[in-house]
Ligand binder design. Structure first.
Ligand SMILES: C[S@@+](CC[C@H](N)C(=O)[O-])C[C@H]1O[C@@H](n2cnc3c(N)ncnc32)[C@H](O)[C@@H]1O
Length: 241
């Protein structure tokens, strides 16, 4: 299904390293595979060659993100309230479902130290590539399953907040669903263990677990949140320690 394609022949070593890490073939042509991880001279990109999707990559230094990051601090960010940021308190956060790192970047721009965990090797490769280019010191990435990593991490460092944003089923072909989400879903599938993550995280945090959900979706488990912050399309369910 997925192969690595080299757009910049000078980066053959990078391609070989990635191929052996992800156990993927390197293809000499950009056709014949529905999903390609493309190594360009600038970055690592995910492409669906036979579709209308634009390449997906992590570019924390690009125009979209720099515009968004400029708003931070000016806007009253709901996510800041959800994780419990105060004037004099910046929680240490584990983003236990990192994806392409968007929420983690916002949280780090708000002044928090964020450890991200991502289990899909392909998503993690895209994220690591973006992080290496951006060189943000407040953001760290651990690759693997949160169910194993989080309990070990909690033994080594104090975790104020665990942030969870598991995949939720995409209902229709609605144009409102962001393209990244659709492709992400194609690669990582559903997150059937997401309720387990809440149960594992709660005893390990000092302050709270925050779960991002679609506005009208059911709660992650039968446990009711202590606080809910509602946005236009999403909400944050907060489970206090
Ligand atoms: C909806 S995406 C997160 C999007 C992210 N908040 C962002 O802003 O880009 C969910 C991600 O969590 C990851 N994930 C789900 N369960 C996980 C687990 N048990 N351990 C590590 N990663 C997990 C999936 O692979 C997927 O990339």
């Amino acid at each position: 299904m997925i192969a690595i394609y080299l757009d910049d022949p000078n980066r053959i070593e990078t391609a070989q390293q990635l191929a052996s890490k992800l156990r993927l073939p390197i293809t000499p042509t950009p056709h014949g595979y529905p999903i390609l991880l493309v190594i360009t001279s600038a970055r690592l990109e995910l492409r669906l060659p036979d579709s209308h999707f634009k390449p997906i990559y992590v570019d924390f230094l690009g125009a979209n993100w720099s515009h968004r990051l400029k708003q931070i601090g000016r806007d009253n960010e709901l996510i800041a309230k959800a994780v419990g940021i105060k004037k004099s308190f910046r929680p240490t956060i584990v983003d236990a479902t990192a994806g392409l790192g968007g929420d983690a970047l916002v949280l780090s721009a708000l002044g928090c130290r964020v450890t991200m965990i991502e289990r899909s090797p392909i998503i993690a490769a895209l994220l690591r590539d973006g992080l290496e280019r951006a060189k943000f010191e407040q953001l760290e990435l651990l690759e693997g399953d949160t169910k194993q990593i989080l309990p070990n991490l909690a033994k080594r460092q104090s975790i104020d907040v665990v942030y969870l944003d598991p995949m939720f089923p995409i209902r229709t072909k609605s144009a409102l669903v962001k393209k990244e989400m659709r492709v992400l879903k194609e690669i990582v599938g559903e997150d059937p263990d997401s309720s387990e993550l809440l149960n594992i995280a709660l005893p390990l945090v000092q302050k709270r677990v925050v779960v991002k959900r679609p506005l009208h979706a059911a709660t992650l488990t039968s446990l009711q949140p202590d606080i809910t912050y509602k946005g236009k399309a999403t909400r944050f369910d907060v489970y206090l320690k």
